[in-house]
Write a protein that binds this ligand. Structure first.
Ligand code: ADP
Length: 189
């Protein structure tokens, strides 16, 4: 099965598209953001550490997320494809992921980037903030910090996967269905 990285700035629609991919192809959805929010809800040690970092729009330390991912995909069945949503977010995490996948005899098939401009993502996140319970979606400063963090630490990952000839992208402006169709074409290639 294929393992796919969904990539793009906060608010690009990674979570939305990941859910559709899971429905259509029975992928396993691995969202480090969801996993961290679950840790916060359960008030675990990781959750307590992560809360303030997430609300400031920074990244949770690489070792913490890498360990969460490692445990989640340990002994994964051969026929399970994974959609990675929001991971990796730094070069160190991409290297961690390579190690984790090697240990499981698995390989990343491709990174699919969802391309959306800053004005549009700020608008979308503020809209989402009105209905989601996410505190990091409510505050414009947090949102700006997340975009800033993305540009400084995460955007460069595109090069990491271009070098491996695994980088693909779709235009993230349009209807959810149209963007999904484009993503499906890439997945089925
Ligand atoms: P979004 O893509 O809209 O920012 P996520 O749910 O993916 O939403 O992430 C929310 C927050 O969780 C991030 O701003 C960050 O603080 C933290 N987070 C999620 N994934 C990672 C990761 N791979 N590395 C570090 N921090 C992460």
């Amino acid at each position: 099965m294929k393992h796919i990285l969904l990539f793009g700035p906060p608010g690009a629609g990674k979570g939305t598209q990941a859910k559709l991919l899971v429905e259509k192809y029975k992928f396993m959805h691995l969202s480090t953001g969801d996993m961290l929010r679950d840790e916060i809800k359960r008030s675990t040690e990781t959750g307590l550490k992560a809360k303030a970092i997430i609300d400031s729009g920074q990244l949770v330390p690489d070792e913490i997320v890498a360990e969460m991912v490692r445990l989640r995909i340990k002994n994964i069945k051969d026929n399970t494809g994974i959609i990675f949503d929001g991971f990796p977010r730094t070069i160190a995490q991409a290297r961690n992921l390579d190690e984790i996948m090697n240990a499981e005899n698995q390989e990343i098939a491709m990174m699919i980037a969802i391309d959306v401009n800053d004005d549009e993502i700020i608008k979308r996140i503020l809209e989402r903030g009105k209905i989601s319970q996410r505190s990091d979606d409510q505050d414009i400063n947090t949102i700006r910090n997340r975009i800033d963090t993305y540009n400084r630490q995460t955007a460069i990952l595109a090069d990491y996967y271009k070098q491996q000839e695994k980088f693909k992208f779709v235009d993230g402006i349009g209807t959810i269905e149209d963007i999904f169709k484009e993503i499906c074409k890439l997945v089925e290639e």
